[in-house]
Design a protein around this ligand. Structure first.
Ligand SMILES: [Cu+2]
Length: 340
């Protein structure tokens, strides 16, 4: 009997220790799918550094909800893109000022590869590549609500930030008559204005499941040095994720984006020089469906402990554009993150 009670007490103690560990232990789903920015806070004094790579490809154009041929686009514009690849390299630094306030800064470098076709010279095809720094985002994440018990966790935080105009708005291309024009608004690296970012994030989890939602909105204030301002951008996303092992989780995410027309106009870019040059044909909306994988190195992995790798791949589920705009093929995001 004595042995029995002893064994029982020992088993209970083990259970208590292991569940205490489970509460503290980091899991892959502690971070949202990698395409969600500013999704998590850090504890006071904790740093995180990361590198994010994003690549998206568009081919041809869409107007309204339908695909349009380049031949028809070139009846209205001097040039049209056959294909465009956009790559972004982002450095991400986060720091927990308190348990309820995390600061984040995200500089970025962009590379754009464009294959253009001219309406003259028998549809002559040529390549443009531009690269340079994009705008830099600075964001504060402030906890509004936290509830945690054995069964589940719920949390809501505010995302307040600024997009600083470190990106060029002077990128150019040369047309078939060797004339130099500014690239269209959406092909520039930056907005040229200081843009407030306002949003909120909800995170929930229970057992091996996690879910969340976020809205993040970029508001344009004032006009840039070229006499225009980009349209506001609104996003809303929701996801569900599950830890499949200690070190890996899988996710599904829907991501809706909406952007307004450009107001004002860069007068050095003629309205018909290239598709995308007309500021009043640039609003649109898109829904992407994404699958993701988060990997987290456990405490037993020594120097690797706390490091993460994440990937997310998205395809368009819906696109609607007011004028002709590049037709999205896919978006891929890869990241490495290290918290310490
Ligand atoms: Cu972080």
């Amino acid at each position: 009997m004595k042995h029995f009670i002893g064994a029982g007490a020992f088993a209970l103690a083990l259970l208590a220790v292991s569940s205490a560990q489970a509460d503290d232990r980091k899991t892959p789903t502690d971070h949202a799918p990698i395409g969600v920015e500013g999704d998590h806070l850090h504890k006071k004094g904790e740093w995180m550094v990361g590198y994010d790579y994003e690549r998206s490809r568009t081919s041809g154009y869409r107007s309204g909800t339908s695909k349009v041929s380049n031949a028809s686009v070139m009846k209205a514009y001097g040039e049209a893109a056959v294909e465009m690849d956009m790559e972004m390299h982002m450095v991400e630094v986060m720091y927990g000022i308190t348990d309820d306030l995390t600061l984040m800064i995200m500089p970025q470098y962009m590379v754009m590869d464009m294959t253009h076709q001219s309406s003259h010279g028998g549809g002559h095809i040529h390549q443009h590549t531009t690269q340079g720094f994009g705008d830099t985002e600075v964001m504060g994440l402030y906890s509004l609500y936290k509830k945690e018990d054995e069964a589940n966790r719920q949390a809501v935080h505010l995302n307040l930030g600024l997009s600083l105009p470190t990106g060029s708005i002077d990128e150019t291309f040369i047309d078939h008559h060797d004339k130099v024009y500014n690239l269209p608004y959406q092909m520039q690296f930056g907005s040229g204005t200081v843009d407030p970012i306002i949003g909120a994030t909800y995170n929930g989890s229970a057992g091996q499941w996690a879910w969340g939602a976020q809205t993040l909105n970029t508001i344009r204030v004032g006009e840039n040095s070229k006499g225009y301002s980009l349209g506001n951008e609104y996003t809303a996303t929701g996801w569900i994720a599950r830890n499949v092992t200690d070190f890996a989780s899988l996710s599904l995410r829907l991501d809706g984006e909406r952007w307004d027309d450009v107001s004002g106009r860069n007068t050095s870019l003629p309205l018909k020089a290239i598709a995308g040059a007309n500021p009043s044909e640039l609003d649109g909306e898109r829904v992407m469906a994404n699958v993701g994988l988060n990997l987290l190195a456990g405490e037993n992995l020594g120097v690797l402990a706390g490091q993460r790798l994440a990937v997310e791949f998205g395809l368009p589920a819906y696109q609607r554009y007011s004028g002709v705009q590049p037709d999205m093929d896919y978006r891929l995001q890869l990241a490495w993150q290290w918290a310490f």
